[in-house]
Design a protein around this ligand. Sequence first.
Ligand SMILES: [Zn+2]
Length: 109
Amino acid sequence: MAPLYAVRTTGIVCRVGCASRAPRPENIVWFDDLRAALTSGFRPCKRCRPESEHPQAVFRADVVARARGYLRLGLSVRETAAHLHVSDRHLRRLVKQETGGSPRALVAS
Ligand SMILES: [Zn+2]
């Protein structure tokens, strides 16, 4: 898991890469996981949401949900992938990871 940084002056813990203003280095406390940061009294940032799912998992679930919509409208897997700006192969892999099945099986689910 990516390390998190907390800011002593604000009491907030962020993911690395958060869009909020960079804190002064002397105010940063590093944590390996959110639980440790919360135990130390820090609150999760509302912008980067360190308490939410990993961004990659959110991206995958979103792509698969939209793919299901396109496929149900009768688009081919290739057309669906093009609409979602991913390759045909990448779409099949994301669907496989998310559902364990093929894009075609999404239509029935
Ligand atoms: Zn943040």
